[in-house]
Design a protein around this ligand. Structure first.
Ligand SMILES: Nc1ncnc2c1ncn2[C@@H]1O[C@H](COP(=O)(O)OP(=O)(O)OP(=O)(O)O)[C@@H](O)[C@H]1O
Length: 150
């Protein structure tokens, strides 16, 4: 988590960035409107309220996305305009702590939101961190799942 903290940005661009040296791993509790938006989220993150700005660079996406180009373009426009922070809900990220304390962030869904952020050169993406295990990874990746994470 410390590694991640170095990269974290404020949850909204409307909020000024804190001076360097302060805790930067941004979290936010969902307000009522965000609770409504969270209905879009998967069953895995339904009970999670904290939303993090996770650096795109630390997220592993082992399964290639199948994309609808129009949807990516439309999401890019929405994200770029960002008239309402609730317009695009957070993606789910599986957060696994390795046996030696490393932190690993895997993402499988949210293909179009992730692609839109990537093309917009966004450094971070809003996400809910779902505490997960190697067994959960196996569920998504089968025998391609790592057997060990340090
Ligand atoms: N312009 C837009 N186009 C599509 N979805 C939008 C747009 N603006 C906001 N959204 C919201 O973004 C979310 C997109 O989630 P959705 O499950 O459709 O795609 P994804 O999770 O990014 O990709 P996939 O389901 O293929 O993994 C929805 O909650 C939708 O309401």
């Amino acid at each position: 988590m410390n590694f991640i903290k170095q990269f974290a940005l404020q949850p909204s661009r409307r909020i000024a960035a804190p001076p360097s040296g302060q805790k930067l791993w941004a979290t936010q509790k969902l307000g009522n409107s965000k609770r409504m938006a969270s209905l879009d989220n998967s069953v895995h993150s339904a009970g999670i309220e904290e939303v993090h700005n996770v650096p795109m660079s630390v997220i592993k996406r082992p399964i290639p996305s199948v994309l609808d180009e129009m949807k990516v373009q439309s999401l890019m426009a929405t994200i770029d305009a960002e008239t309402n922070a609730d317009d695009v809900p957070p993606v789910d990220i599986l957060w696994i702590t390795g046996s030696e304390g490393g932190n690993y962030y895997f993402s499988f869904g949210g293909c179009h939101r992730f692609e839109a952020h990537k093309r917009l050169n966004r450094e971070t993406i809003k996400a809910k961190l779902v505490r997960s295990t190697l067994g959960d990874l196996y569920h998504y990746m089968g025998s391609s799942a790592p057997k060990y994470l340090a």
